[in-house]
Design a protein around this ligand. Structure first.
Ligand code: CMC
Length: 392
């Protein structure tokens, strides 16, 4: 074996070749399968983007319809699964419940576990896309103590997600088209982001030939951290704490720059983007539009805009190339839609599902794939003899 060098955080290590997502962090470019993210966000739908990421091409009309129909047909979860979801403490964090629920799917669908059979993989793909939506709506219902609703096959993916999440039983529910559009767009923006922490986790777990559910559940756990997907919840908490405190945004920013108690400006900075995150640019526009349309203009948005304005003109942030990332403005939109902060990261996970699946599938087919097994440089004690307890 050759020389081993340490690369903390894998700043300079490529773990795979991939045809799925392209990022140019200096130019602020993001493309799925070659298509610019702004065009997809504007013109496509979440399930179409899922198809694109997973199968490599945009679907024809009939392929797209068949895919939507298949996902719809699998939206219902087993009654025992509903019972299982009811066994978690209501105030438990939904990300923990979500990863447990996704992992548990493997026990309900043992016929969908073979990681090398194409038909089985396709089944697991559709089951995950379909049931993660139902699961995410149930995360909310359980928290607020409302009954878990059954899916309505005749409705669209996002429309029925909103109904299962927010409807009162036995009452007609009409989703607000502004909300449907905005959420569809947000899910598209989150759908893939190449080898980030959670996706690398999905791949490394899958590299041991663990099944798709086990791999994705691990990805959900990786996503839960505040430096990754958990940032969207942390941003809202940060904005609320500034709002309710007696200090202003300048004082908060001074704390960040002094690195006081490790305070960071959540929703800022990115390992790859050293320029404005193209997703954040789209989300910022959408936040303004959605909040105005829903008549939910929020003082927290003003605080966010002020923080951004200060940061973009401050040497600390300029030197370090810190710009708003996708998580900076999303929480404000989710909040206006009626989601509480603990639900923000599950929404990210729902959006990232196609990316995790596409990356896992690509890896399983890649002849270069080997079990992920990084090396280390040992810095511990050299050999020494065992010491009996009474001599220690
Ligand atoms: N606020 C203040 N300072 C920061 C921030 C921030 N948000 N982000 C980075 N820095 C500073 C950091 O202290 C360091 O300074 P110095 O050179 O003086 O030590 C420098 O910038 C480089 O930071 P790093 O931690 O080495 O950069 P990284 O590439 O390892 O980390 C990051 C990237 C996203 C984890 C980090 O920017 C961060 O913690 N941001 C806040 C959390 C966040 O918003 N995460 C969401 C990321 S995007 C979507 C997602 O993945 O979910």
């Amino acid at each position: 074996t050759g020389m081993v060098t340490v690369d903390p955080g894998f700043m300079n290590t490529a773990s795979c070749e991939s045809e799925i997502t392209y990022i140019d962090g200096d130019a602020g470019i993001l493309r799925y399968r070659g298509y610019p993210i702004d065009q997809l966000a504007e013109k496509s739908t979440f399930l179409e983007v899922a198809y694109l990421l997973i199968h490599g091409e945009l679907p024809s009309k009939s392929e797209g319809e068949a895919f939507v129909e298949r996902v719809n047909r699998h939206t219902l979860v087993h009654e025992d699964f509903r019972t299982f979801m009811g066994t978690f403490p209501r105030n438990g964090h939904p990300m923990a419940v979500m990863s447990s629920a996704i992992n548990a799917l493997s026990t309900f669908y043992p016929e969908s576990l073979d990681p090398f059979d194409d038909e089985t993989i396709e089944l697991a793909t559709v089951l995950l896309l379909a049931k993660s939506r139902t699961i995410t709506s149930y995360l909310h219902r359980r928290r607020v103590g409302e009954p878990l609703l059954y899916p309505d096959y005749s409705r669209g993916y996002v429309d029925d997600f909103l109904r299962m999440t927010f409807a009162v039983p036995y009452q007609q529910y009409d989703s607000d088209p502004t909300v449907v559009d905005a959420l569809d767009k947000l899910l598209i923006l989150h759908a893939d982001h190449e080898q980030n922490c959670s996706t690398s986790t999905v791949r490394i777990v899958g590299s041991s030939h663990a099944n798709l559910y086990a791999s994705v559940a691990a990805g959900i756990n990786a996503l839960s951290g505040p430096l990754h997907g958990g940032a969207n919840e942390s941003v809202l908490k940060m904005l609320q704490s500034i709002q309710s405190s007696d200090y202003d945004v300048d004082t908060f920013m001074a704390k960040v720059k002094d690195k006081e108690d490790g305070v960071r400006l959540m929703g800022f900075g990115h390992r790859v983007y050293k320029n404005y995150d193209p997703r954040a640019a789209i989300v910022k526009k959408s936040a303004d539009a959605v909040l105005s349309t829903l008549g939910k203009r929020d003082e927290l948005l003003d605080i966010a805009l002020q923080l951004e304005e200060i940061a973009l003109n401050d040497d600390y942030f300029i030197e370090r190339k810190l710009y708003p990332n996708v998580d900076f403005y999303t929480g404000l939109i989710y909040k206006a839609m009626g989601f509480e902060p603990a639900m923000f990261t599950p929404l990210f996970a729902l959006g990232r599902m196609p990316g995790w699946i596409a990356q896992w599938r690509e890896m399983m087919k890649d002849p270069q794939t080997k079990i992920g097994r990084p090396r280390q440089i040992y810095t511990g004690a050299t050999e020494r003899p065992y010491v009996p307890v009474d001599e220690r």
